[in-house]
Design a protein around this ligand. Sequence first.
Ligand SMILES: C[S@@+](CC[C@H](N)C(=O)[O-])C[C@H]1O[C@@H](n2cnc3c(N)ncnc32)[C@H](O)[C@@H]1O
Length: 272
Amino acid sequence: MTTTPVPVPVSDAADPRLADYTALTDVALRRRKEPAEGLFMAEGEKVIRRALRAGYPMRSMLLTPRWADAMRDVVETSGAPVYLVEPETAERVTGYHVHRGALAAMGRRPLPTAAELLAGARRLAVLEAVNDHTNVGAVFRGAAALGLDGVLLSPDCADPLYRRSVKVSMGAVFSLPYARLDRWPHGLGDVTAAGFRLLALTPDARARDIAEVAAECRTERVALLLGAEGDGLTPRALAAADTLVRIPMSHGVDSLNVAAAAAVAFYAVTAA
Ligand SMILES: C[S@@+](CC[C@H](N)C(=O)[O-])C[C@H]1O[C@@H](n2cnc3c(N)ncnc32)[C@H](O)[C@@H]1O
């Protein structure tokens, strides 16, 4: 006789079964749990369902009683242990308020190599040192929405599977392939060697207007290189690019946030 899995009530925040979730403050999560132990946190019903649909294995799930019904099918089909905790216990365990009443510890999957990503793509984003999780999530959301084929990350970019990036991306980090370029900036040579025209996004007035360059690249493979808030792209990354391109600015604004610039550039090269 088979029994239907049911969430197991847990009231003690120190229960060892909740160890994957303990003290997951942003800094602790980044330093301790990700990616060394191969875990990431999916928060909220939509994000958990998207991660499962994308094939990430669930290791366990925390649910507050309000969410037990809505997540019943996941409880019954995932095969992972599910713990039922009161919202206050969830907060004591994780170190933050679990807004959406459902939190799942998910296993990571091996990333494609940069060479694999380059082989099958036509339009790519390449991020240099974008170390803000919100910006990484927002770039992924824009890249997925505007039809890019993937994202390449410099070694010092923030983790796309970090809780904040996952949330801001609305789950796009699960559907859009990404890879790390381990050698930086030399790995940019692999991008151009694979036949991509590498366009470096910079607000520098000497760069060419992106609309004009995008029109020239209609039939080419294109990779769009973007930098971080603050200093933007390093001189070495700029030097590795084929063409420097800019989005013209008005009203004395000197630059856009990287995710906003990315969305404009993605549209320019996909719509041209
Ligand atoms: C906040 S900006 C960095 C500003 C920095 N002072 C600079 O000169 O690049 C972050 C990134 O967004 C992109 N970006 C922002 N505004 C842009 C614009 N007007 N044209 C092209 N790229 C832009 C660039 O890739 C830049 O590295």
